[in-house]
Design a protein around this ligand. Sequence first.
Ligand SMILES: [Zn+2]
Ligand SMILES: [Zn+2]
Length: 375
Amino acid sequence: MGKDYYKILGVDKGANEAEIKKAFRRLAHQYHPDKKTGDEQKFKEINEAYQVLGNKERKSQYDQFGTTFSAAGGGAQGGFSGANPFGGFDFRGFSSRGSAAGWDFSDFGDLGDIFGSVFGGGSFRGARTKKGPDIELDLDIMLKEAVFGVGKAVSIRKQNQCDSCQGTGAKNGDSYQTCSACQGSGKISSTVLGYFKTQTICAECQGTGKQIKEKCGSCHGKGIVLENVDIKIEVPAGIDDGQTIRLAGQGNSGESGAPAGDLYINIHVQPEPGFERDEFNLITKVNIPFSTAVLGGQILVKTIDGEVKLKIPVGTQSNKNFILKNKGVTRLKAKGRGDQIVIINVDVPTKLTKKQKQLIEELDKEFSGKEKSWF
Ligand SMILES: [Zn+2]
Ligand SMILES: [Zn+2]
């Protein structure tokens, strides 16, 4: 049984050339496989219909003889035994890869792109092997671990290649028979646009020419099993909160031996009280007694490496910055470390003992030269 090309294009039997072309353009855009509304089967059907109805000679043959030379679904032999009903139409421009060389698309205007992308882009190739799904996980680390780097072991549940069948899905990895869909050639011949032959990779066997005879019992033929896996993650020194580590091929294994997806580790650096990070520098705020600010002295400052001594010069003001060289974060994928910037805050006491008050009043007299008047 043949196809009703008029019905496929949604036009009347009496439609003229312009109407047919218009209907074709509209439908071809709608069903183009690259589009959201795409439908490869429909797209091929529409093309097939237009190749006949859009050509005067072929249309009249079709109108006269009906559907006798519809080749759709007929495989290699489909509809073309005997004389070429399209007499004289030259298909030599096509290769099995579908180069559009030799076609004249000028008539299609912008549709030239559509054909080009379909023929060139492999939409007709049927490979089903899909990479395994990626895995994403979150990892909390301490600031110190971000500064120096750290090795972490995490346990995840993921699809792994089945050991019993080496990921093939076939019992013992060798229970195969010749693919019945392609007779072992790995390729399927089919007609595109209704009348020229093209070869695609056999979707049944993904081009291997083999089919599983007896499925592997451990994975039920999928080639993958769900397992708990310990994964070691080397967190590089210098990593920052919100950055992601990608471990290629450590995601879920694909079915039937397809490559594994990737593992993405989102790093969360836990805040460390008293420390702020600015790229590779660490910023800390330190309170010093007001007497130390005036007289100078030495204080202990907390760094990520432990406490260090810091000399406070005489007369140090609030907001004065001191730089502790190389006490910051290791530069990611580079050499050296950033600095620690110490911002001084001079502590003005809010509560004084009686003695402290007396002493400060003495001091006050000394500074002002007289009692309680600065002016
Ligand atoms: Zn298996
Ligand atoms: Zn096959």
